[in-house]
Design a protein around this ligand. Structure first.
Ligand SMILES: Nc1ccn([C@@H]2O[C@H](COP(=O)(O)O)[C@@H](O)[C@H]2O)c(=O)n1
Ligand SMILES: C[C@@]1(CO)OP(=O)(O)OP(=O)(O)OC[C@H]1O
Length: 157
């Protein structure tokens, strides 16, 4: 059994789509990054890499590499999950928190869980996704960015 945690932040800017957990969410701004900036999938990838002792996504997918420019983070997570399986693990469960003042994530939580379940070859019941504001405090509260946290438990295949 192995545990890993992930944390990531991306800036919210105009002129970008908001992609969260592999789902495009209608909003006036989107997240800025070298990739599609899917902060939730990055967090999950980092938690999984942490659990198997394989560093972080910056090590596997450097933001100096043009190959990852505008990368689909779902593909990055699939690559990470192949490493998890190679090491002989599968998902026990994961618990994630999206930290965003806006937009309201509640309507998108179920589609996000289902997409993550596909990517990590698990049942949706093994994946919990929550959202919280920071009560208008700090950079997330001012709507300057979105943060995300995740904890993952891996179990032997
Ligand atoms: N971006 C968000 C933030 C929160 N929610 C939901 O609202 C509930 C209350 O949020 P607080 O920050 O006031 O605790 C939270 O538990 C979520 O269900 C959301 O959907 N989207
Ligand atoms: C995913 C990668 C690679 O495209 O780029 P970003 O989208 O900028 O994301 P970040 O979480 O800052 O770091 C990982 C990167 O190397």
């Amino acid at each position: 059994m192995r545990i890993g945690q992930g944390f990531d932040v991306h800036q919210l800017v105009e002129g970008r789509p908001l992609i969260m957990g592999g789902i495009t969410i209608p909003y006036e701004k989107g997240l800025l990054g070298h990739s599609d900036a899917d902060v939730l999938l990055h967090t999950i990838a980092d938690a999984a890499l942490g659990a198997i002792g394989e560093g972080d996504i910056g090590k596997h997918f450097p933001d100096t590499d043009e190959a990852f420019k505008d990368a689909d983070s779902a593909k990055l997570l699939e690559h990470v999950w192949a490493l998890v399986k190679e090491k002989g693990y599968k998902l026990g469960n994961m618990d994630c928190t999206i930290i965003a003042q806006k937009p309201k994530m509640a309507p998108y939580i179920e589609p996000i869980r289902e997409r993550i379940a596909q990517l990590v070859e698990a049942d949706v019941s093994q994946i919990n996704v929550k959202a919280t504001t920071t009560e208008k405090l700090g950079f997330t509260g001012r709507g300057e960015g979105i943060a995300s946290q995740a904890v993952i438990l891996l179990v032997a295949e």
